[in-house]
Structure formats: C-alpha cells, structure tokens
Design a protein around this ligand. Structure first.
Ligand SMILES: C[S@@+](CC[C@H](N)C(=O)[O-])C[C@H]1O[C@@H](n2cnc3c(N)ncnc32)[C@H](O)[C@@H]1O
Length: 237
C-alpha cells in the first residue's frame, strides 16, 4: 500500500541503509541489543531457548512478529486463530511482560512473548524451515547513523536468516512508513516472490494506526522465498 502524501518527518527522505549492517557475510555471532547471540550460550538464558523450542515443537504453524511494542496486534492475531502458535520478539522488557500477562489473562496458550533481539534468535535459535510467517511492522529506523549501523534490523544477513527459518511456502510481511527503508528491503529480497498479503489483523499495530489517522504514507509487501509448490506437495506447516 502507498499514498501520494509526503511524509511529515523530514528525516525520512534522508534515511539510508547502514552499510556495515548490510554485510551478507556477517560473522556467526550477532552483536545484538541484548548482548548478542552469544547470550544464548550462557546457562541462565538456555531455559529461554528451551521454552521457545518446546513452544515451536508442538504441531501446527508457528508465526513470528518482530518488535510487537504494546502487542495488541499480536494479541488479536493469537486470539483470532488458535491453530497458529505466535511468537512475539521484542527487546523492551516492560512490553514483553505486559503482553505475557495479557496473554495469560485471556488464556491464550498459543502466544509466547520473548524478550530477545530478533537478529540473535533467527541466527542461533529458530530451526530451519519451521516458520509459516514472519511479520515485521514498522522496524525502528534508528535515525542516528551510529545506532543504525549497530542495530538496523533488515539487513542482507538478517534476511538470509529469515529465509532459512521460513517453511517453503512461508511468508515475510513487512510494512514501514520510511520509504527508503522499504526500497532497501525490496532490494534485499529482489529474488523472492511476491505473495498475497495476509488478512489484516483484527487490531492494527500502534504505528499502523497512527499512520492511518495522520494520512502518513505506508509501504508494505509480502513475499515467499520460493514460488509456491504444486498442489499436493508439502507446504508451510
Ligand atoms: C518503531 S517500533 C514499531 C512497533 C510496532 N511493530 C508497530 O507497528 O507499532 C519498533 C519496535 O521494534 C522493537 N525492536 C527494535 N529492534 C528489535 C530487535 N532487534 N528485536 C526485537 N525487537 C526490536 C522496538 O523495541 C520497538 O518496539
């Protein structure tokens, strides 16, 4: 989706992808916001990895939303379809605690809120081919160039990790109001195949709501790593 309206934030037009973060030959260790992927080698974080692995091992599709913020969209998705097991990755502790509490209050056993840097989880933890869907809505643009070099989420290395994690017919759905960020993503996944958007979540994300309210242009797309398989062959779980 896109609009003709100009973005009211002048920083958007000046945004450019961090070159260092874009290196597809990034080392195996990811210097994430929460201590990097080596974190998971520490015994006290092992339990979190095992909790995720147990959640993802149950039968049925597993989907991930990265950076869920207050999590109302994710909560609505999990409530909408109990056959999908949703994992929310978010680095902000209070957001994660808030969503975990909300899921428990509503008895949603198909939602796991995990405080972790998505880059480290996709690099080190998610089993190959396990995910049916990855949603990344309004990834942080990191306006400060130094921060962006450290933390930009959508890089060639991260996209390669997402591609590995997706099932053959699994989809990546991305939305952002930072036009140059969307162009950057489109370049990263130029070899992927466009796919239909998933149905809109019953509750939009906070940023999606703000953009709609203020008529801010939004760019979004959905892609598969490979073309859909012929009917009868196995697809996304
Ligand atoms: C700009 S906000 C968008 C929030 C929400 N998706 C929306 O559409 O309103 C980006 C969110 O991603 C989270 N985030 C940023 N980098 C992350 C990472 N590497 N792993 C997980 N969450 C991340 C931030 O804490 C923040 O909540």
């Amino acid at each position: 989706m896109s609009h003709d309206t100009e973005h009211p934030d002048p920083r958007v037009a000046r945004w450019s992808a961090a070159e260092r973060a874009d290196d597809p030959s990034a080392p195996d260790d990811v210097p994430g916001a929460l201590g990097g992927s080596r974190l998971f080698e520490q015994p006290r974080y092992r339990a979190e990895v095992e909790r995720f692995m147990g959640f993802a091992a149950a039968p049925g599709p597993v989907a991930v939303e990265v950076g869920f913020d207050h999590g109302r969209r994710l909560l609505s998705l999990a409530a909408d379809d109990p056959t999908v097991r949703w994992v929310g990755l978010e680095v902000r502790r209070r957001r994660v605690e808030g969503l975990a509490q909300a899921a428990q209050t509503r008895g949603l056993t198909n939602l796991l809120a995990w405080r972790a840097d998505a880059r480290t989880v996709f690099r080190r933890v998610v089993p190959p081919g396990r995910l049916s869907r990855v949603d990344i809505l309004f990834p942080t643009p990191w306006w400060h160039a130094g921060r962006r070099a450290e933390r930009q989420l959508l890089t060639a290395a991260f996209v390669a990790d997402v591609a590995r994690a997706l099932a053959p017919e699994g989809i990546l759905h991305v939305a952002t109001d930072v036009g140059p960020y969307f162009e950057h993503v489109a370049g990263l996944i130029a070899e992927w195949v466009a796919a239909p958007d998933p149905p809109p979540a019953p509750v939009p994300s906070r940023r999606a709501h703000t953009c709609a309210r203020d008529d801010i242009p939004v760019f979004s797309g959905t892609w598969r790593v490979t073309a859909p398989r012929p009917a009868g062959s196995s697809g996304a779980k």
